[in-house]
Write a protein that binds this ligand. Structure first.
Ligand code: FPP
Length: 241
């Protein structure tokens, strides 16, 4: 580990979100197929997950596949699914023994049965862990998440379990995929795009943003460390003075 060791855990963000972007451009720059960009990107996922729990970050949310990514060519979607399946199988044991609990943000329903089973197995295998929550956004959209939360509340009201006055910020948060987890402290987006692309719209209310031109496959632990060091310098006021 580098000089991050000197930073006390209390000063680190409790919850980091990352929009992993730029795999395609990374591959194009090298004259490689896009799938190889995703493959290299998945290697960075391993590095960043590992570094996060080593540092003591308690919640890490990664945007792997959005509700809008279904618009991509079927062959690319297929490759991404294969990569996901491969990565789960390859790294599950290590995640398990290192105290990582996997959680999915998103609706797995439209995914192939085999992949769904593999993911459900990984969730079950890690459900007792409590060192770090690893949230993986799959078929995830922030707007979709809020609409689902609203539907859950209406269903509870219809069943007579809640009334209008029970609909509070806390109750709404319980209906999000991140139920029980703190809001985002830091949102990282590499690849030069300056937008949030429907990622954790509710949870990012007071997040600090960190943008960089670096493409995700080049997002090393050192780049991550520099984002974390920048975060530590930010003056967070949450609307106060
Ligand atoms: C964005 O790059 C990246 C994705 C849509 C997929 C992210 C997936 C991975 C990093 C690999 C698998 C994930 C896990 C959790 C093991 P892009 O294709 O939009 O790049 P571009 O904007 O340069 O075309």
């Amino acid at each position: 580990m580098n000089n991050m060791e000197k930073i006390p855990k209390e000063r680190l963000p409790k919850h980091v979100g990352i929009i992993m972007d730029g795999n395609g451009r990374w591959a194009k720059k090298r004259g490689l197929p896009r799938a190889l960009g995703h493959r290299e990107g998945s290697n960075r996922v391993v590095d960043i997950v590992e570094y996060s729990y080593e540092l003591g970050i308690e919640h890490l949310s990664l945007y792997a596949f959005s509700t809008e990514n279904w618009k991509r060519p079927a062959t690319e979607i297929e490759k991404l699914m294969e990569l996901l399946s491969f990565s789960i199988k390859k790294h599950l044991e290590r995640l398990k023994t290192n105290g990582v609990r996997i959680r999915i943000l998103g609706d797995l329903e439209p995914f192939p049965r085999k992949l769904k089973k593999e993911i459900e197995f990984a969730l079950l295998e890690t459900e007792q862990n409590d060192r770090m929550f690893l949230n993986i956004g799959l078929n995830y959209g922030g707007q979709d998440e809020c609409v689902r939360a609203a539907k859950k509340l209406v269903a509870l009201a219809k069943d007579g379990k809640i009334t209008l006055n029970d609909v509070t910020k806390e109750k709404f948060e319980e209906c999000l995929y991140t139920n029980g987890q703190p809001p985002l402290d830091l949102l990282i987006r590499p690849s030069g795009e300056l937008r949030v692309s429907n990622f954790m719209l509710y949870q990012l209310a007071y997040a600090e943003f960190w943008f960089s031109d670096i493409l995700w496959p080049d997002f090393t632990k050192e780049v991550y460390a520099s984002a974390l060091k920048d975060f530590i310098k930010r003056n967070r006021r949450y609307g106060g003075l």
